[in-house]
Design a protein around this ligand. Structure first.
Ligand code: AMP
Length: 351
C-alpha cells in the first residue's frame, strides 16, 4: 500500500496555487476535466493517440500526455512528471480496470483523490458483501454452489466488465448447460425482479455529509431490447438474455423512496469508517433493485465516480436542489479539492 504519509509529503511540496487535476482519458474524464476547469484548475489527461482528439475538441484538457498503454502510469518517468506538475489524479471505472486496483494501491505514488483502500473493498465481491452486511443493507441471496440453486438466479463473473457474460439459471442443470470451464470463478445470486436505481452519492469528509447528486438506470443489451419483443414471438424463438452495459438513462425515484436511498448511502459511509478507516471519500454509487413491495436490494457498490454521472454534466434534478449552479459529480470532486486546499485539509481527501 502506498503510504499516506509519503503522499502528504509530496503534497506538502506541491505549489498549491498551481495544482492540476488529471485523469486517464476514458469513462468520465470529459466530465471530470470540465468540472475541474469550472472550478478554476488546470487539467491534464493521459490518453492514447486515438482518443486525444476527443479531449482537445471538447476543450477540457490543457495538457495531453500520450501513452501507448495505460500501465505506463506506473512507470517512474510519468509519475515524476505528474508530481513535478502538481497533479492530483482522479480515479474512475476505466482507470481502475486498466491500471488495476492492486497496482494503484501499491505502485501509483502520485496523489490520488480518495482513500486507496476503498478500491480494494469495492473490487472484491467477498469484501463488498462484508461491507453491505456491516452497513445492514439488504443484498440478494447468494448460493455457494450450483447445487443450491432453487430459484431464478444470476451467475456473475468478477471485474468491472459491465455485466458481460452473465447468465441466468433456474437450477443446477441449467447452470452446467450454460457455464463453460474457461468462464472461471463465479458468484451465484438470486435474481431480483423489480426496477433498478443507481443513485450517485458524494461523501465529503470535510463537511461530513453524504450528498445525493444524481441517479441513473443502466441500459443493457440485449435484456432491454428483449422487453420489446412480444412474448408470443419470443416463445417461438428463445433468446438468451445478456446484461452488457451499453448506455445510461436518467431517472428520478418516487419521493417516498428517498429516505431509504439516503439511508443506504449514509450507512455505507459509516460502515466504511469501521472497516477501512478513515473510510470512503468522494463519489460512490450503490447498484440497487426496488421490488414491487418497495424493498431495496443492493447488489454492488462502485466506490468511485460511475459512468452514469455523465448524464449530468450540467447537474441533475437532485444536484439542482443542493446547488444553485451546474454541479456534476466531476465538478463536485474538484470543488472538494478546492475547499480542502483553502482549509488546508488536502490530507483528508487525497491519498
Ligand atoms: P453488475 O455487474 O453486478 O452491475 O450487474 C450487471 C447487471 O445485471 C445489472 O445492471 C442488473 O441489470 C443485472 N443484475 C445484477 N444483479 C442482479 C440481481 N441480483 N437480480 C437481477 N438483476 C441483476
Amino acid at each position: 500500500m502506498i503510504n499516506h504519509l509519503k503522499i502528504i509529503e509530496i503534497l506538502n511540496r506541491f505549489d498549491k496555487e498551481n495544482i492540476k487535476i488529471g485523469s486517464i482519458g476514458s469513462h468520465t474524464a470529459l466530465q471530470i476535466l470540465k468540472g475541474a476547469k469550472d472550478e478554476g484548475f488546470e487539467t491534464l489527461v493521459i490518453c492514447k493517440q486515438a482518443s486525444a482528439g476527443v479531449y482537445e475538441r471538447f476543450r477540457v484538457a490543457d495538457d495531453v500526455v500520450l501513452v501507448e498503454d495505460f500501465s505506463e502510469i506506473l512507470g517512474k518517468d510519468l509519475q515524476d512528471k505528474l508530481i513535478k506538475e502538481n497533479v492530483i489524479l482522479i480515479p474512475h471505472g476505466s482507470f481502475v480496470e486498466y491500471v488495476g486496483a492492486r497496482n494503484i494501491e501499491e505502485k501509483l505514488g502520485v496523489p490520488l483523490f480518495g482513500n486507496r483502500k476503498t478500491l480494494e473493498w469495492e473490487s472484491d465481491r467477498k469484501r463488498e458483501k462484508e461491507w453491505f452486511n456491516e452497513a445492514d443493507v439488504r443484498m440478494p441471496l447468494e448460493f455457494k454452489s450450483p447445487r443450491e440453486i432453487d430459484r431464478l438466479s444470476m451467475v456473475k463473473f468478477p471485474g468491472a466488465k459491465g455485466g458481460k457474460g452473465y447468465f441466468l439459471a433456474k437450477n443446477e442443470k441449467e447452470f452446467y448447460q450454460k457455464y463453460k470451464k474457461e468462464d472461471g470463478e463465479y458468484t451465484i445470486q438470486e435474481y431480483i425482479t423489480g426496477t433498478r436505481f443507481y443513485p450517485h452519492y458524494f461523501y465529503s469528509p470535510i463537511s461530513e455529509q453524504v450528498e445525493l447528486l444524481g441517479m441513473d438506470i443502466r441500459y443493457e443489451s440485449n435484456i432491454d431490447g428483449l422487453a420489446r419483443i412480444p412474448p408470443q414471438v419470443l416463445d417461438d424463438c428463445p433468446i438468451e438474455p445478456s446484461y452488457t452495459v451499453t448506455g445510461n438513462l436518467p431517472v428520478v425515484a418516487r419521493e417516498s423512496l428517498l429516505p431509504e436511498i439516503l439511508k443506504m448511502g449514509d450507512r455505507m459511509v459509516e460502515s466504511s469508517k469501521k472497516l477501512f478507516p478513515p473510510g470512503m471519500t468522494g463519489p460512490f454509487c450503490i447498484e440497487t433493485i426496488c421490488t414491487e413491495n418497495l424493498k431495496f436490494f443492493a447488489f454492488e457498490i462502485s466506490a468511485r465516480i460511475v459512468a452514469g454521472t455523465n448524464l449530468f454534466v450540467r447537474g441533475s434534478p437532485y444536484s439542482q436542489l443542493l446547488y444553485d449552479e451546474p454541479m456534476s459529480t466531476g465538478r463536485r470532486t474538484a470543488r472538494e479539492i478546492k475547499i480542502a486546499i483553502e482549509k488546508d485539509m488536502l490530507d483528508r481527501v487525497v491519498y
